[in-house]
Design a protein around this ligand. Structure first.
Ligand code: SPV
Ligand code: MG
Length: 291
């Protein structure tokens, strides 16, 4: 059974806060599900990194969609697709949203940066934004393109990332809510939660907020819930960072030792990979069907 977009909307509209973890391929998406998160973040940053690329609009929509379909085929959780700027203007957004919904996403996040975008957390990044009116048009296009009313359109405000201050961030957030966004993602790269908490306390809109607390890890789930306005908390890049941590450690040890004997017991056994690959089902099917 695939969860529907409704399951994500259900959590949020009942006043809950959904916890969504990043993934970059079907296996990491499966591990997100097994760990007990409420959804999967189809992160542009993670997919770019997994392809050995910078997160600067190099990965094509087709590559992102292929990965989305593969993740959706192997998991049951709702998938929140990070579609960056929507791959162009409002006309491109119409097609992009249609494609991501058809590929199995439960929600899309569209940011108000100019295409091609530059990754948000980089120091001194070129952070050009489109006008408020242009992004409103893109959000309206996204809303009109969805088929399932429970498919969520999340507008992402990059004004704090671009250093434009809280007043502009709030103006943008209210404008995108007015354009029909179901939720507003407000992003910050400050090293403490102060900036984001100030914005959240100032927000008087009805749309629940979305945060990605990568830069300010002091923001625990308890602290986020206590703010009372957050519908979705995204762990933005912890799958790829965990994978890199694991591989760097093990590869270095093998080089140092000149063999695999010492690392063998420090990593999951091959049987664990067989379990994830459902080899038990393959065996059952062999018994049933192979003559
Ligand atoms: C991503 O994970 O691709 C994001 C979050 O957009 S961030 O990298 O923090 O901008
Ligand atoms: Mg992204």
């Amino acid at each position: 059974m695939r969860y529907t977009s409704k399951s994500l909307r259900d959590i949020i509209s009942s006043g809950g806060m959904a916890r969504v973890m990043a993934a970059h391929d079907p296996l990491s998406a499966m591990l997100v599900e097994e760990a007990g998160f409420d959804g999967i973040w189809a992160s542009g940053f993670e997919l770019s990194a997994a392809m050995g690329l910078a997160d600067v609009s190099l990965v094509s929509m087709t590559e992102h969609l292929d990965n989305m379909r593969r993740m959706a085929a192997r998991t049951h959780l709702p998938i929140v697709a990070d579609i960056d700027t929507g791959y162009g203007n409002a006309i491109n957004v119409l097609y992009t949203v249609e494609q991501f919904e058809a590929a199995g996403a439960a929600a899309v996040v569209i940011e108000d940066k100019m295409f091609p975008k530059v990754t948000s957390l980089i120091a001194d990044g070129r952070q050009d934004l489109v006008s408020i009116a242009e992004h409103q048009g893109k959000i309206e296009a996204a809303v009109s393109a969805r088929k399932d009313p429970d498919f969520m359109i999340i507008a992402r405000v990059e004004a704090l990332i671009a250093g434009r201050g809280e007043d502009e961030a709030l103006a943008r957030a209210y404008a995108y809510e007015e354009a029909g966004a179901d939720m507003i993602l407000i992003h910050s790269k400050q090293k403490t939660p102060d900036e984001i908490e100030h914005f959240i306390n100032a927000w008087t809109g009805h749309a629940p907020l979305v945060i990605v607390p990568t830069a300010y890890p002091q923001m625990t789930e308890t602290r986020a819930k206590a703010l009372g306005k957050i519908g979705l908390l995204i762990y933005g890049n912890h799958a790829i960072r965990a994978a890199v941590t694991g591989m760097q450690k093990v590869f270095a040890q093998i080089i140092e030792d000149g063999g695999i004997e010492r690392v063998n017991d420090t990593i999951v056994p091959v049987s664990e990979i067989f379990r994830l690959q459902r080899m038990d089902e393959v065996k059952e099917n062999e018994n049933r069907y192979l003559r």
